[in-house]
Write a protein that binds this ligand. Structure first.
Ligand code: PLP
Length: 400
C-alpha cells in the first residue's frame, strides 16, 4: 500500500491564490453586476514585445523544416545562444557571469522549488518572513526545519541576519515579493559575510530585478563581492518581459560554489545540480528560447522596457493615492508591488473583505505570506493603466 508524503499535510490546505479566487468567485456570484478590479495576483497584463513574438514565430517555423528541426537539446540546460545572451545582459549592469554558469529553465518558480532536491534534508533553512510561498512550502514538503528572519515595519521589511542564529540555507528575495522592499549593496554584503561564516548557501531570487531604479540597489547578488562562493541566483523573464504564459527563466550557479560532503570532500553544487537536471529535466522549448534571446537584443530591451515603465507608472499612481490618504507603505519604487499597512489596525483578511465589498477591488492579504504579513496588504502595479487609476479613486473615496 502506498503511503503519502505526510509533510504535505503540514502545509496550508490551499495555495494562497486559490483561497482568494474562492472568495472573489463567491462575491461575483452574489453580485453579478459588480465591476471588480483585480490588483491581487502578480501577473502581467501587457502583451509581449513584437520583436520577441517574431523571434518565437521564426523558431517555430524552423521546427517545420528538416534542415533546421530540433529535437531534444543536447544539454537540457539551454542553447548557447540564449546563455550567451543572458551573460551579455548581466554584463550590461556590470556583472561578469560565464555562460557556462547559466542554466535555462521554464521559470523561476520551478527552480526555486526544485533546488531543494540537492541539499540534505537535515539542513536548517532560514527564510525571511513574509515570503513568496514557494520557499517555505517546498522545504516543508521535504521535511526540513524552517526558521524565519522577521521582515517588519521596524526594519522596513528587509530582515537582516542574527549572528546568534545558525542555518545552512538562506532564501533572500530582492526586490521582494510581497513587500516591494530591497536590499542595498551594503546589506547584501552583511548577508554574504553571515552565510560564509555559517558555511551556508544563499538562494537569491531576483525575479523583479528589472524594476530596480535606485543606484545602490544591486540587480544581482553577484554584483556584491564574495557572492560567487556562497550564492545561487534565480531570475526569470516572467516579469522582465511578460513571459508568465511563455515560461522561461534562468538560474546562475557559479562554478566557484562548493559544499562539503560528509566525507570531507568539496562537492561542486553546479555539478550536482547538473546531475539532477540530467535525470529530471529535458529543457525549454526551442521557439521559447528563441523568443527569450530576442528579449536581450537591443530592440527587445527597448520594447520590454516600455512595458516595465508602464507598470512603474501604475506603481506611482498607487503610491500617490496612498500618500494622499496618509497610508503607510513600502515598495513601488524598485518594485511592481506596493505593500500597505491596513488602516485602523484591521487584519489583512478583514481589509481584503472591506475592499472587495465596498470598492470592488481585489488585493492580496499580507497574512497569506507569513506571520509578519498580518495587518499588511499587497497591491500590484501589473494592471491596466486606467483600471489602476479607477481602483485608487475608489480606495481613496472609501478610506478618506
Ligand atoms: N519569484 C518570485 C519572487 C515571484 O514573485 C515569482 C512569481 O510571481 C516567481 C519567482 C516565479 O516566476 P516564474 O513565472 O518565472 O515561475
Amino acid at each position: 500500500m502506498p503511503t503519502i508524503n505526510e509533510n504535505f499535510l503540514k502545509l496550508e490546505k490551499n495555495y494562497l491564490f486559490i483561497n482568494i479566487a474562492k472568495k472573489v468567485n463567491a462575491f461575483t456570484a452574489a453580485h453579478p453586476d459588480a465591476d471588480i478590479i483585480r490588483m491581487g495576483i502578480g501577473d502581467v497584463t501587457q502583451p509581449i514585445a513584437k520583436c520577441v513574438v517574431e523571434a518565437m514565430k521564426k523558431g517555430a517555423d524552423e521546427m517545420g523544416v528538416k534542415e533546421t528541426f530540433k529535437g531534444y537539446e543536447d544539454s537540457g540546460t539551454g542553447y548557447d545562444f540564449l546563455k550567451e545572451a543572458v551573460a551579455g545582459y548581466y554584463k550590461s549592469f556590470g556583472v561578469d557571469i560565464p555562460a557556462d554558469d547559466i542554466r535555462i529553465n521554464d521559470g523561476a518558480k520551478s527552480d526555486c522549488g526544485n533546488i531543494v532536491d540537492i541539499f540534505g534534508n537535515d539542513n536548517v533553512v532560514l527564510i525571511t518572513d513574509p515570503a513568496y510561498p514557494v520557499y517555505v512550502d517546498t522545504n516543508l514538503m521535504s521535511g526540513r526545519t524552517v526558521i524565519y528572519a522577521d521582515s517588519n515595519e521596524e526594519n522596513s521589511f528587509a530582515a537582516m541576519p542574527d549572528e546568534n542564529v545558525k542555518c545552512d540555507l538562506i532564501y533572500l528575495c530582492s526586490p521582494n515579493n510581497p513587500t516591494g522592499s530591497v536590499y542595498t549593496k551594503d546589506q547584501l554584503k552583511v548577508w554574504i559575510d553571515y552565510a560564509k561564516k555559517n558555511n551556508a548557501v544563499i538562494i537569491y531570487d531576483s525575479a523583479y530585478e528589472a524594476f530596480i531604479t535606485e543606484e545602490n540597489v544591486p540587480r544581482s547578488i553577484f554584483a556584491v563581492e564574495g557572492a560567487k562562493e556562497c550564492a545561487i541566483e534565480m531570475c526569470s523573464l516572467s516579469k522582465t518581459a511578460g513571459f508568465t504564459g511563455m515560461r522561461c527563466g534562468y538560474t546562475v550557479i557559479p562554478h566557484e560554489l562548493t559544499v562539503k560532503a560528509s566525507d570531507g570532500s568539496e562537492v561542486s553544487v553546479s555539478q550536482i545540480w547538473g546531475r539532477r537536471e540530467g535525470s529530471k529535466f529535458n529543457g525549454v522549448s526551442y521557439p521559447v528560447q528563441c523568443a527569450a534571446a530576442a528579449v536581450f537584443s537591443e530592440e527587445g530591451m527597448k520594447q520590454t522596457r516600455a512595458n516595465i515603465e508602464y507598470y512603474q507608472q501604475n506603481a506611482r499612481v498607487i503610491a500617490a493615492a496612498l500618500d494622499e490618504i496618509g497610508i503607510k507603505y513600502t515598495g513601488g519604487k524598485n518594485s511592481p508591488y506596493i505593500w500597505l499597512k491596513c488602516p485602523n489596525d484591521m487584519g489583512s483578511w478583514e481589509f481584503f473583505d472591506l475592499l472587495l465589498e465596498k470598492a470592488n477591488v481585489v488585493g492580496t492579504p499580507g497574512a497569506g505570506f507569513g506571520k509578519n504579513g498580518e495587518g499588511w496588504f499587497r497591491l500590484t502595479a501589473f494592471g491596466d493603466k486606467d483600471r489602476t487609476v479607477e481602483a485608487m479613486e475608489r480606495i481613496k473615496k472609501l478610506l478618506k
